[in-house]
Design a protein around this ligand. Structure first.
Ligand code: HEC
Length: 154
């Protein structure tokens, strides 16, 4: 198999197995989370174990299980726009979260079709690769990962 068909086959296999379609590296995502997200967010499971970040960080919502979850539904005082987007059906997937991380305000404006929508997250990830890495990292703490593992095991 030459390089081109090899790549095509690999891409095809990826598109079949890697749902949702992210190409991120969870280890790079772990360090990016540490340097870029954990000032405001942590990942704490139902038992109260801190899986990433530091305890008692409350500037942003807990990101445990965020992939596959309706936006704006943690125990947190969200901005109205994010809650509205969630109520309108926004479920966090990699496809939605990449543009959100790159530009939260624009993402909410587009999602809600409202130029006055605003995000309370005053932070942007600089590039799509980093966003995908962080999402791959966060996916490890989400139901989506468990469903994928279950699907792989069957
Ligand atoms: C300066 C603080 C800050 C930083 C840094 C930050 N966030 Fe946020 N984040 C927030 C706040 C505040 C919200 C709530 C936004 C709102 O209510 O509009 C939020 C919301 C979110 C949400 C939506 C959660 C939900 O429950 O719907 C995700 C996902 C998210 N952040 C991911 C990240 C990631 C990943 C990083 C690192 C790349 C990051 N954030 C960096 C403050 C921050």
């Amino acid at each position: 198999m030459n390089f081109k068909t090899g790549m095509a086959a690999a891409a095809f296999t990826l598109s079949l197995t890697a749902l949702p379609a992210f190409a991120g590296d969870p280890e790079a995502g772990a360090s990016a989370f540490q340097s870029q997200c954990q000032n405001c967010h942590n990942v704490v499971n139902e038992a109260g174990d801190v899986l990433a970040g530091r305890p008692n960080v409350r500037t942003g919502p807990n990101l445990y299980g965020v992939l596959g979850r309706q936006a704006g539904t943690e125990d947190f005082r969200y901005g109205a726009s994010l809650v509205e987007a969630g109520e309108a059906g926004l479920i966090w997937t990699a496809e939605e979260m990449v543009p959100y991380l790159l530009d939260p305000n624009s993402f909410l404006r587009e999602t809600l079709g409202n130029n006055r929508a605003r995000s309370q997250m005053s932070f942007r990830v600089r590039d799509e690769d980093t966003a995908n890495d962080i999402i791959a990292f966060l996916t490890q703490f989400s139901e989506i990962e468990e469903e994928e593992e279950a699907a792989e095991g069957s």
